[in-house]
Design a protein around this ligand. Structure first.
Ligand code: GLT
Ligand code: MN
Ligand code: MN
Length: 389
C-alpha cells in the first residue's frame, strides 16, 4: 500500500508554476506569500516525486524583465530541470493579466489587440517548444463579455477559430510536435466566456482545419462551478479521443473558481473521475491546477502539493478495491451495468427496423424491474469511508 501511495515519474503528476507559486492575493486581499523562484519550485516539487512542470510565458520570464534577465532565468531553470530530471510538460500564454486584454485577446474587437495576442502566443510557443513541452494549453480568460451587444458572438467564434488554426499552422510548420488543448471555463473573469464547457470545446474543435492536433483540457473547478459533472465531462472528452491534458483541483458548485486542493471537495465525483482516468489508459500529464489555502506559506505550500498527489493515489487505490470487491460486482450486475456495453440493435437495416416494430415487449414487466442503485451507491460510500476491503 505504501508504494502505491508514493508519487513517482510513472504517475506523470505535474504542477503549474502559478499554482504552488500563487502568492495568495484575491479580489479582497493582498498577497500572503512571497514569490518563489521557478528553479526552486522545480527542486521542491521534484523532491516530492512530481514528474513535470508547466508555465505561462510570464510566469517564467517576468514581463518587465531587464535585458539579460531572460537568459539568466532560463539558465537557472534549465539547470534545475537537468539536475532533477523534471520535464516541462506543458506551456501556455498569459493573455489575461495585462490591461491590453481587458476586452479580449483572440476575440478582442480591435484587430491590433488580436494581432498582439497572436504575436505574444507565437513567442510563447517558441519558448515552450524550446524547453521540450509537448502540450500547449489555451485558456481564454478574457474571451467573453459583460455587454452582450458589444461582442457579436458569431464573429467572436470565427476569430477564435482563425487564431487557433493560425497557431496550429505555425506549430506544424515549425515541426514542434505540439498538441493543443483548449481549456473551457463558463465565466470569471468575464461575465460570460466563449467556449464555456467541455461540450462547447469539443464542438468547436470539429470546426477547425487542424482538428487532429487540438483537444480539450478539462478542469475540475470549471465544470463543477456551474453544477456539471466533471466525471461525465471527462468521459465525453475521452470518448471523443480528445482528452489531451487535464487540470485537477476541487470546487464547490455555485461558487467562484476555487482551485482547491485536489479531492478536498466532491469526493464521490472525484473518485469516479480518478477511476475513469486510470481505466481509460490516458497517459498524458495529470496536472494539479490548484492553490494552497491563503493560510499557508513555506512548508505549508509543499504539504499542499503532496496532499494533492496523495489523495489522487488513495483514490486510485480505492478504484482497484472497487474492481476487486465481490459485493460491488454483484451490485453492478443487479444494476445491469455490464449490459450497457451490449449493442442495442447494431447498424441500421430495414429488416431490423421491421423486427423491432413487430416485436412483443412486456412493457409492464420491464417497468417493474428493480436495479438496486441505492445499494450499489451505499457500497461505494462505504468503500470511500474506509469500512470495506
Ligand atoms: C489560470 C486559470 C487556469 C488555467 C491557467 C492556464 S491560468 O490560472 O485559472 O485554470 O489553467 O492558462
Ligand atoms: Mn486550469
Ligand atoms: Mn480554475
Amino acid at each position: 500500500m505504501s508504494d502505491a501511495l508514493t508519487p513517482g515519474p510513472e504517475h506523470k503528476f505535474t504542477f503549474g508554476l502559478w499554482t504552488v507559486g500563487h502568492p495568495g492575493h484575491d479580489p479582497f486581499g493582498d498577497p500572503v506569500r512571497p514569490p518563489i523562484d521557478p528553479a526552486e519550485t522545480v527542486r521542491r516539487l521534484a523532491d516530492l516525486g512530481v514528474w513535470g512542470i508547466s508555465f505561462h510565458d510570464d510566469d517564467l520570464i517576468p514581463p518587465r524583465a531587464a535585458p539579460g534577465e531572460r537568459g539568466q532565468v532560463l539558465k537557472r531553470f534549465r539547470k534545475a530541470l537537468d539536475e532533477t530530471g523534471m520535464v516541462v510538460s506543458m506551456a501556455t500564454t498569459n493573455l489575461f493579466k495585462h490591461p491590453v486584454f481587458k476586452e479580449g485577446a483572440f476575440t478582442a474587437n480591435d484587430p491590433q489587440v488580436r494581432r498582439y495576442a497572436l504575436a505574444k502566443t507565437l513567442r510563447a510557443i517558441d519558448l515552450g517548444a524550446d524547453l521540450g513541452a509537448q502540450t500547449y494549453v489555451f485558456w481564454g480568460g478574457r474571451e467573453g463579455t459583460e455587454a452582450l451587444a458589444a461582442v457579436p458572438p458569431l464573429d467572436a467564434l470565427d476569430r477564435y477559430r482563425e487564431a487557433i488554426d493560425f497557431l496550429a499552422g505555425y506549430a506544424t510548420d515549425r515541426d514542434y510536435g505540439l498538441r493543443f488543448a483548449i481549456e473551457p471555463k463558463p465565466n470569471e473573469p468575464r461575465g460570460d466566456a466563449f467556449l464555456p464547457t467541455v461540450g462547447h470545446v469539443l464542438a468547436f474543435i470539429s470546426s477547425l482545419d487542424y482538428h487532429d492536433m487540438v483537444g480539450v483540457n478539462p478542469e475540475v473547478a470549471h465544470e463543477t462551478m456551474v453544477g456539471l459533472s466533471f466525471f461525465h465531462a471527462v468521459a465525453q472528452a475521452i470518448w471523443a479521443g480528445k482528452l489531451y491534458h487535464v487540470d485537477l483541483n476541487a470546487q464547490k458548485a455555485g461558487r467562484y473558481d476555487q482551485d482547491l486542493r485536489f479531492g478536498s471537495e466532491g469526493i464521490k465525483d472525484t473518485f469516479f473521475f480518478v477511476k475513469l482516468l486510470e481505466d481509460s489508459g490516458y497517459d498524458g500529464p495529470r496536472q494539479f491546477d490548484a492553490r494552497p489555502y491563503r493560510t499557508e506559506r513555506d512548508q505549508g505550500i509543499w504539504d499542499f502539493a503532496a496532499g494533492c498527489m496523495r489523495t489522487y493515489l488513495l483514490l486510485a487505490e480505492k478504484a482497484r478495491q472497487f474492481d476487486a470487491d465481490p459485493q460491488i460486482a454483484e451490485a453492478l450486475e443487479a444494476a445491469k451495468a455490464p449490459q450497457l456495453a451490449e449493442p442495442t440493435v447494431g447498424a441500421y437495416s430495414a429488416d431490423e427496423a421491421e423486427r423491432l416494430k413487430s416485436a412483443a415487449f412486456d412493457v409492464e414487466a420491464l417497468a417493474a424491474q428493480t436495479y438496486h442503485n441505492d445499494r450499489l451507491d451505499q457500497l461505494v460510500i462505504e468503500l470511500l469511508l474506509g469500512v470495506r476491503g
